[in-house]
Design a protein around this ligand. Structure first.
Ligand SMILES: [Zn+2]
Length: 220
């Protein structure tokens, strides 16, 4: 595999409004009850303080400050963030709250919940973008803070049966930011993902787009 640039950009952007605390609706309490029965702490878990020079911690802190233009939602173990490189439409990150390099560094209850949340985010991406295949990658060679690349793959990809890192046009976009969507398209994809996430079995702790999609919205 070709090592790719995988640091998440921690670019401050226009404020999208303060984070909105969202209580899970009644229909979403099943998970918490299940996890409680297994002895897990299902209460809102504030992320640990940003650490030193970690770009990903900085991006998470920007989300919490309402200053992440790519942020979609904060779940119990991580952040959902649209990938600024939309060469593969719908590319999304699921970023661990904690600044740990490896999946096995998470304590087991957190690891199980993190993997389940990651799969739920993947299902939301799948539902919105309807790809031929979805790629899951946790690399972290350049940014050793656990984060997942959830990358939709399409039949008309340049190399549909190869890893994304073998597509030179993708790499060019990664280095030049040439596939950054317009603010309108970016926000449409964030909203679509949030609507899909609200329909999944996850607990959304913070959703910065909540003011655009109130719980009473017909879309909800
Ligand atoms: Zn970090």
């Amino acid at each position: 595999m070709v090592a790719g640039p995988e640091a998440l950009p921690a670019r401050p952007g226009p404020r999208t409004g303060p984070p909105t605390k969202t209580s899970p609706p009644p229909g979403r309490s099943r998970r918490a009850l299940q996890l409680d029965s297994r002895g897990l702490d299902t209460g809102t878990s504030e992320p640990k303080a940003a650490v030193g020079t970690c770009d990903i911690c900085a991006a998470n802190a920007a989300f919490d400050a309402g200053a992440d233009p790519w942020g979609v939602a904060r779940l119990q173990t991580g952040y959902v963030r649209l990938n600024p490189n939309q060469y593969f439409a719908g590319s999304t990150f699921f970023v661990a709250k904690d600044c740990l390099a490896e999946l096995h560094d998470l304590d087991r209850p957190t690891r199980l919940l993190h993997l389940d949340e990651m799969a739920e985010v993947a299902a939301a991406v799948w539902g919105v973008f309807a790809p031929r295949k979805l790629n899951y990658e946790a690399l972290g060679n350049g940014a050793p803070h656990l984060h997942w690349w959830l990358t939709p793959r399409y039949a008309d990809d340049a190399r549909p049966r190869a890893p994304i890192w073998e597509d030179l046009e993708f790499l060019r976009a990664q280095w030049t930011n040439s596939q950054e969507p317009s603010p309108d398209l970016r926000d449409q994809r964030r909203r679509d993902l949030l609507v899909a996430l609200r329909r999944r079995d996850v607990t959304i702790e913070v959703e910065p787009l909540g003011q655009w999609l109130p719980p009473t919205s017909p879309l909800y």
